[in-house]
Design a protein around this ligand. Structure first.
Ligand SMILES: [Fe+2]
Length: 157
């Protein structure tokens, strides 16, 4: 049964595609953050090990919320790693996790990439598609990524 929420079917489909792309990005970033949690080394090990855990826990909640937002718009959420890696806008190539500064820099760049895409998607969804619910949801996610970016950046200065 299709949602009758005053957003056209075409717009719901378009928004669901944007959300599924975001879902893929968040899943890749989640995996990279778990990689950091597992493989970080050095004198700051315990602090960074715990810090990365708080970040992947936050990303885990974001992933679930993004997938369920797709469902609320009447579409199916992507649910395979193959799909995620096919459509993500992030790269897995940069995975030299031998140095803690490098790990943090890599994750920071990924968060900032997600923020830039979110900013663009929020404008598009609110102006073109008039879906203020999704625009508000994405704005909340953008703020969370901005806070996580600050915490990563603070380790580098
Ligand atoms: Fe753990």
């Amino acid at each position: 049964m299709k949602p009758n929420i005053d957003i056209t079917e075409a717009h719901q489909k378009e928004i669901a595609q944007l959300l599924n792309t975001l879902l893929a990005d968040e899943y890749v970033l989640y995996t990279k953050t778990r990689n950091a949690h597992w493989n970080v080394q050095g004198p700051n090990f315990i602090e960074l090990h715990k810090f990365f855990e708080t970040q992947y826990d936050a990303l885990d909640i974001i992933i679930d919320d993004a997938a369920e937002r797709v469902r609320a718009l009447g579409h199916f959420a992507l649910g395979t790693l193959k799909d995620f890696i096919t459509i993500t806008r992030l790269s897995e190539h940069n995975h030299d996790f031998s140095n803690d500064k490098h790990i943090i820099q890599t994750l920071l760049e990924d968060h900032e990439t997600v923020i830039r895409f979110l900013r663009k998607d929020i404008s598009f969804i609110s102006e073109q598609n008039k879906d203020l619910g999704t625009a508000d949801f994405l704005t909340g996610l953008m703020e969370q990524h901005e806070k996580m970016s600050w915490m990563l950046r603070a380790h580098l200065t």
